[in-house]
Design a protein around this ligand. Structure first.
Ligand code: 13P
Ligand code: SF4
Length: 306
């Protein structure tokens, strides 16, 4: 039996579902039951009949799945697969700003620890941040942890006072206008598709800005044939698979998330076989972190119906 067959057999035996983010290696995306952006994966984690969820992604994703589905076993193929940005905000600053602005809403990008979520009013992902911030009644918003996504939202929602926090994704933040210009010289016909975690000074160079799912949707419907993809390189695997007649290039070799690349087929199999790294969250923390996640799911659904 090859490793893919082993995984399929174990999945059946355990009534398990493999959820994978677009940034994990291609073979893991291929074996997954659901491949998606952070928002789609959190929706699926909140609504499935599976007994076991294997989260092929970084630890905040597995943690969110456990917060939303506490009765399920949520397994991490590698407990070391972490997102550094998820830790880049402090309770002290949150408390300080809450005192300063009585109407403050703490808006927490889903790339964050359960502890930070628990201190927040609502979670967002890169695919729903604009909708959700617009829907909030509060004028003063503390956007944690990502200053780049926060600044992108501030530019699109000028009616709000968005206070930025000094966090960032080390991968996306490494992009510079010079790197992008160089890549555009090499591929002059290419459109630039960019994740909003990229630095604000690079955003005006993009033809499209959006989440990983948004980038995939744009490329699918576009009549263009070449694209520079300014996000983690795992997305290129899915882009190429869906669009065999189009060319996709990464503007820099540095667009590689070390946490996501720790996820391998062998670790997915071993998680299912040995029940490795089950996510456990203390109940009062889980309940506090559930509130902003649920509010995100509700607001995102409401806005869709309008
Ligand atoms: P998405 O919200 O597009 O899935 O992005 C998640 C992420 O980690 C970006 O670095
Ligand atoms: Fe975190 Fe950046 Fe990796 Fe996304 S790409 S998981 S934000 S380190």
């Amino acid at each position: 039996m090859n490793i893919q067959e082993e995984i399929r057999t174990l999945k059946k035996e355990r009534n398990a579902l493999i959820l994978a983010h677009y940034y994990v290696p291609g073979p893991v995306q291929e074996i997954a039951d659901v491949v998606g952006d952070s928002f789609a994966l959190s929706q699926k984690a909140a609504d499935t009949d599976a007994d076991v969820l294997v989260f092929a992604g970084v630890s905040f994703m597995g943690e969110s799945a456990k917060i939303l589905s506490p009765d399920k076993t949520v397994l991490l193929p590698d407990a070391e697969a972490d997102c550094p940005m998820a830790h880049m905000a402090t309770e002290e600053n949150i408390r300080k700003l809450k005192k300063q602005y009585p109407d403050l809403a703490v808006v927490c990008y889903i790339n964050s620890t359960a502890r930070l979520k628990a201190l927040s009013d609502v979670c967002v992902t890169s695919s729903n941040a604009l909708k959700i911030v617009r829907a909030l009644p509060n004028r003063n918003i503390y956007f944690i942890p990502d200053k780049n996504l926060g600044q992108y939202v501030a530019g699109q929602v000028p009616e709000k006072n968005i206070i930025l926090n000094d966090g960032y994704c080390p991968i996306h933040h490494s992009l510079t206008p010079a790197l992008l210009l160089e890549a555009k010289k090499a591929h002059p016909e290419a459109q630039v598709l960019m994740h909003p975690e990229c630095p604000p000074k690079t955003l005006p160079m993009a033809d499209y800005v959006g989440s990983t799912a948004g980038i995939l949707a744009y490329a699918r419907q576009s009549s263009h044939k070449e694209f520079l993809v300014a996000t983690e390189e795992g997305v290129l695997w899915q882009l190429q698979r869906e669009n065999p007649g189009k060319q996709f290039y990464s503007p820099t070799e540095d667009f590689c998330c070390p946490g996501m690349k720790l996820i391998t087929l062998e670790k997915v199999r071993d998680a299912l076989k040995n029940n490795t790294n089950p996510v456990e969250i203390e109940e009062s923390l889980r309940l506090a972190a559930l509130r902003p996640l649920k509010r995100m799911l509700q607001l995102a659904a409401q806005r869709k119906e309008q």
